[in-house]
Design a protein around this ligand. Sequence first.
Ligand code: NDP
Length: 325
Amino acid sequence: MATHRTKMLIIGSGPAGYSAAIYAARAMLEPIVVQGLQPGGQLTITTDVENYPGFRDVVQGPWLMEEMKAQAEHVGTRMMWDTIVSVDLENGPPYKAIGDSGDEYIGDTLVICTGAQAKWLGVPGEQELGGKGVSACATCDGFFYRGKKVAVIGGGNTAVEEALYLTNHSDNVTLIHRRDELRAEKILQDRLLKHPKISTLWNKTVKRFEAGEDGALHHLVLEDTVTGESSTLEVDGAFVAIGHAPATELFKGKLAMDDSGYLDVEPGTPKTALPGVFAAGDVTDHVYRQAVTAAGMGCMAALDGERFLATMEQATAEPETEAAE
Ligand code: NDP
């Protein structure tokens, strides 16, 4: 079991973590990235990426993350194949974290980029048809259903926003909700209910996603929550939008978070309430949730971390200067 020290400890390896690492490494902070259980994050389970700037042609999510990782390593980041299982934020800075390997990580600053994961229904066909009609991100995949028939499952803000977004690509969007009342904000509900391209199916749950002969999604098998009746809905794409779960279990009771578990930061910055502890990407952002916004926030966290360290160094250097004079 080893101890690893760094000026910037980055937990998580999605676009936020790798971007923080690139900036930190170039600022000579010799960052360490502890990659976690899913190195590369959510983009490694998507396929085509068409909205990350800099690439004229479609790129693959896993490839993009490999490139970001390679870039971070190239400029001097140490990558750790480990998963943080506990953190000590009470006695810092520096802050301590323990890996699954038993190794200890000590960072003068800490950047939390543990991300979030889409919640899934957990019904047959859902995982098998991932990337073949079933998705959890309309902004990422909606474009691939231009002129096709799509459904969104859920009744919260995300589901309604996704349904509205999908009308940019499809004239036939169905929102399927398990109750007869939406949880989404009134203004979004109004927009949805008035929209000519959107229809709603109330009191329905999805029991199964079923493929056609081509192996892609063909229809949903639904069940009425009131009558128990079964029905089917033919669709080309289905977007599961029943919420996201930020990966913040490690920080419960240690950092402030909202009711859904997203870490609180000072508005417009990645600063948490603890000095030198930053949060970037989906772990703190339930609104935008894009690779490019996460990358931007990772960059901001590294820059703020660098400034924090400079202020600390100055504060410790000043008394000596005065004494010398
Ligand atoms: P929510 O938790 O608000 O909504 C989840 C929806 O999915 C609910 O309607 C829920 O149904 C339904 N659901 C949950 N589990 C299942 C299941 N197993 N089967 C069928 N349906 C299910 O999640 P959101 O992602 O919509 O929003 C998360 C947070 O982010 C909220 O605070 C939201 O306000 C915020 N947000 C804000 C945005 C904005 O301000 N523009 C945009 C997007 C999100 P039921 O209602 O019956 O519980």
